[in-house]
Design a protein around this ligand. Structure first.
Ligand SMILES: [Zn+2]
Length: 564
């Protein structure tokens, strides 16, 4: 769908005697009762609404035209003759009612309080019930865009729409037919609209101006921030950090706006998505005076949220908490955060050495990539410091060979480690449209469950509704695998093999991804499809293979292959 730039309203055309009143009404309202909002005239609304200082007293009407002493009003309901008489008396005009669709009335209503000159995340309110209005994002965005008179307004409209719909990123991509606009909501991109081709370049240039980028340069990538001067008071309350980046591509430049809340979203460790048992174990690690906690997972797995929330949980007035990060994603209270700057010699290793000279209690090393950082971090964890760090591995067990590969002595690693958490983010079943269902054979097989183990009645799926954009999911939470380093695991790290470790974990009640997936799915928090989407297959099936093939050497070999 395309958004037009400027249109002459039906009323204006009528006044210019280019069309008749009947033709004007036909242009405004089609046979299904859908109103072409772009053709309405603001002036007609203003004149009509002036008679009603208290808008609550107004029945459900949309002013369409004012012609020869008569207001033509659209309404989705049939008005009583008393209501029509009262409207006629208040306006001193004749009143004619045209039936319009409820959807059109609501869409018109939302454009009434519209102030395009501000970025606002205030949810839309249903004029009929006073409840939050579940907007059709595409429809609302297109209506608002059609009312925007310049590029800055268009960008603010897109920002407001993104904020109202919990989007984390806005993608603007030049295509042959215009500028495609997509929002990332709960980790998934959604098409919102396409701005017409004549606007495509102009919008990108305006965005670059807003972000203090060099507009004469379009052949190299740039990054910037949407400056303070564009923030209204509402925005200051929102505390949004809007980071913009551009990338030269076929057909122009692609821009991505990342929306990061400035206020601290990392306060509640209970809400991360840990199970009761894993959270209890994890909390015991946080209470240790020394040792190393490793978080693993790919980019976008929510590691940073878990790290920051954990740091917030341990930072108090009695301890010195220092981080070295690349980059610092959020500024946290009560914590000294430093940023890696390779060119200036501030590497992870150099930063960590400097931190250790400043009497720290708790240290977070953003990532361990080299031997020196690994050794320094492990030694720090053995000498009275609680150390947090991350590694890129598929699962929790994978962190052990990875750390050994980087270099520190296995004896020191085994002594230093408190535990390893691997995590992913799964989307939650939308509670507004959730329905229970009976799992089929394939569902059970995916989790390696017997039918009797899955008799729980609370498997749920979202049917899809306006709140979740028909996806059936709303919001995300972590799904975690937690490896607690007990004495046996310590021994195996020191002188055993990964196969021995897996065998041991198969014997104890290891809090694997599979265990977590079963708990979340059987409790109706997420779905089998979602688990299969985010959890590596090896992590999900490794344990069931061991179980099926216990005592069979062949099974162990298969399992090791899967884990590599
Ligand atoms: Zn829903």
């Amino acid at each position: 769908m395309q958004t037009s730039t400027t249109v002459t309203s039906a009323w204006q055309r009528l006044k210019d005697q280019k069309i008749s009143c009947e033709e004007a009404l036909k242009l405004l309202v089609d046979e299904q009762g859908t109103v072409n909002l772009a053709l309405l005239d603001r002036d007609v609304s203003c004149r009509f609404l002036r008679h009603f200082p208290d808008k609550n007293a107004l029945p459900k009407v949309t002013p369409l035209l004012l012609w020869r002493g008569c207001y033509y009003l659209g309404s989705p309901v049939s008005l009583s003759s008393e209501a029509i008489t009262s409207l006629a008396q208040r306006t001193g005009s004749e009143i004619k009612i045209i039936t319009i669709a409820d959807k059109s009335y609501r869409a018109w209503f939302h454009t009434q309080d519209l102030n395009l000159n501000r970025i606002s995340s205030v949810p839309l309110v249903n004029p009929l019930t006073g409840e939050d209005y579940q907007e059709d994002i595409t429809e609302t965005t297109e209506i608002y865009l059609s009312k925007s008179s310049d590029q800055i307004d268009r960008i603010k409209t897109l920002l407001s729409g993104a904020l109202r719909n919990r989007a984390s990123d806005i993608h603007l991509e030049p295509l042959s037919d215009g500028l495609r606009v997509r929002y990332r909501i709960d980790g998934v991109l959604r098409d919102i609209t396409t701005l017409s081709a004549d606007l495509s370049r102009k919008v990108i240039v305006a965005l670059k101006v807003m972000s203090n980028m060099d507009i004469s340069e379009s052949r190299r990538p740039q990054d910037g921030r949407i400056g303070e001067k564009y923030f209204s008071t509402e925005q200051a309350e929102m505390g949004m950090d809007m980071r913009v980046s551009t990338l030269p591509c076929m057909g122009g430049e692609k821009a991505v706006i990342r929306l990061l809340p400035r206020q601290n979203p990392f306060s509640n460790i209970e809400r991360l998505g840990f199970s009761q048992e894993t959270l209890a174990t994890y909390k015991t690690w946080l209470q240790q005076p020394q040792g190393m906690i490793i978080l693993t997972g790919p980019t976008g797995s929510g590691k940073t949220s878990t790290l920051y929330t954990s740091l917030q949980a341990v930072a108090n007035e009695h301890v010195n908490v220092v981080t070295v990060e690349d980059p610092v994603e959020y500024v946290l209270p009560r914590i000294t955060q430093t940023q890696v700057h390779e060119a200036a010699g501030m590497t992870f290793a150099a930063g960590l050495r400097a931190i250790l000279r400043q009497d720290p209690d708790i240290i977070m090393v953003g990532e361990i990539r080299d031997c020196e950082t690994a050794e320094t971090a492990v030694r720090a964890a053995l000498t009275g410091h609680l150390v947090f760090t991350t590694l890129h591995t598929n699962d929790a067990v994978g962190a052990i060979p990875r750390l050994k590969d980087i270099g520190p002595d296995p004896g020191l690693i085994s002594d230093a480690l408190l535990g390893i958490v691997a995590q992913r983010l799964v989307r939650r079943v939308c509670s507004h449209c959730a329905e229970t269902y009976t799992p089929n054979e394939a569902d059970l097989q995916a989790l390696g469950l017997e039918f009797k183990e899955a008799s729980s009645p609370s498997w749920r799926k979202g049917r899809g509704c306006s709140r979740c954009f028909n996806s059936g999911y709303l919001g995300r939470e972590a799904i975690v695998e937690l490896l607690d380093i007990d004495n046996r695991v310590r021994e195996i790290i020191y002188e055993g093999t990964i196969t021995q470790l897996h065998r041991y974990l198969g014997e104890i009640n290891f809090a694997s991804f599979r265990t977590a997936a079963i708990e979340k799915v059987t409790n109706g928090l997420t779905t089998v499809e979602e688990v299969l989407r985010v959890i590596p297959k090896s992590a999900l099936y490794g344990k069931s293979l061991t179980k099926q093939n216990s005592g069979n050497g062949h099974g162990v070999v298969r399992e090791v292959e899967l884990l590599n």
